[in-house]
Design a protein around this ligand. Sequence first.
Ligand SMILES: Cc1cc2nc3c(=O)[nH]c(=O)nc-3n(C[C@H](O)[C@H](O)[C@H](O)COP(=O)(O)OP(=O)(O)OC[C@H]3O[C@@H](n4cnc5c(N)ncnc54)[C@H](O)[C@@H]3O)c2cc1C
Length: 395
Amino acid sequence: MTAPVVTSYAGGLSAYREALQTYLATDPELDRWRSASHAGTEDRMADHARLMGELYRHGWSRHGWPEEAGGLGGDERFRAVLYDELAAADLPIPGPHLLLETLGPPMVRFAPALAAAHLPACLRGEEWWGQGFSEPEAGSDLAGLRCRARREGDAYVISGQKLWTSHGATATRLVCLVRTGTAESRHRGLSMIMVDVATPGVSVRPIALASGDDELAEVFFDDAVVPATRLVGEEGQGWAVAMYLLQFERAMYAWLSAADALRGLRELRNRLRSRMSDGRALPDGAAARLGEVYTDLVALRARSGDTVRRLAAGQTVGPEASVDKVLLATLEIGLHDLARDLLGAEFLFGGAADDVRWRADWWYSRSATMLGGSAEVQRTILADHVLGLPKESKA
Ligand SMILES: Cc1cc2nc3c(=O)[nH]c(=O)nc-3n(C[C@H](O)[C@H](O)[C@H](O)COP(=O)(O)OP(=O)(O)OC[C@H]3O[C@@H](n4cnc5c(N)ncnc54)[C@H](O)[C@@H]3O)c2cc1C
């Protein structure tokens, strides 16, 4: 029997958390996601999307999103609790949520009609979107991007290229930052627009990662015609939309990733415990290194909890979200190096689903100081815009 969807937690976050815990602990349908193994990232995304369908059907993933966009109301803290509780119940945080957290909030804020039309399908796991910002010569220097959208009547005609689009090969829609101003207009001449991947003139070429997964893609636009109603925010306001988006990409992503990291750390601890109970020795310094990574995790959660509360209160976090991003990169790299060193031969050669996942995730963790903005650039943002340090002299 399906439990009725609870449409309001007027009693607040604690009532939501308790009810969610009960559901996660007692619904036998969820067990298949606890033991699932996947052939690759995209297979995992598709399976996780089915979990999103379950969470939507019961109403859990609709809290924290506005009713007009398929949600049940409430703020970001509901989403943060969902991620925490999924991880605590040994369930995956569905992969499409990373993109949902990045792209959903700016759609809700700057394109409510598009959010109403398309966000519910994302929440149900029926589709996911890609973020088309980076280009071959515009990553850290995002304001230098060249992908062009020229206005023709009630449409934009897009030509150019995007690079490193996460899940670009399987996304249904792309939210792209494009140039609508002159070539020299830098950040003042940018606009954000949602493009259906099925639009004639859009072609996608997957990029194989070191792990073998085809998770990233290059996207080419060859005079792709997109209705002007797909603009996210006003023409020329793309930079402001992107800055709003980056708060969520850096902050909610960090919270969600920290919840998942805690699950991973617990798994490592349990594997070491069972090794000890088999009478096998632990690698030198294992406990101390587990402790160090745990300390990094606690530091990130302390910081990130504050950021989530600020977003929930409608505050602008702005460049301070770079702190969360830097702490997350430290944690991701530390955790996966720890797994590599503690699991030893199992990490290198093991064929069990967990070993395969740790290996693929280790490769991915190498990009933690690059994706979503490089660590060097984050530190420069913090120096310039948060700490107000003087510029380095070039002498
Ligand atoms: C796994 C992964 C997933 C990604 N997913 C997406 C996605 O979904 N959508 C998307 O749009 N992009 C995505 N990206 C791209 C990502 O945002 C860029 O890689 C990142 O912004 C860096 O840009 P770049 O690759 O052009 O490197 P560059 O900007 O060329 O930087 C190269 C190196 O130079 C350093 N550097 C550059 N400028 C400065 C400076 N001013 N001061 C100090 N050091 C500097 C950088 O720190 C870096 O070490 C993804 C990247 C990865 C690795």
